[in-house]
Write a protein of this length. Sequence first.
Length: 94
Amino acid sequence: MKLKHQTKRKKEENMYNKGDLVYIPSQVTLLQYDSLDVPKRLEKTSKPGHAIIAENTSMVSGQYKILHFGEYWYANESDLYYVSNGEADDHQIS
């Protein structure tokens, strides 16, 4: 198995829509916030995975609310990669 290195490609306009499938690499920090928008829980992904965009916009600038393993989290936009045709645009293995 050979990993192809490709240029990172984000969804155009850096805008994800509710229901979009995104790829999340390993070592990405995910956050949950309390009712005062203060971080209450932090988790770092141990392996790459996928998530669903839960809201079009975020209460926290530069972050999107995602559904990841049955829980809602916030992830930095820069850590999310749009998935089309079942594969992340920049993470293909052949």
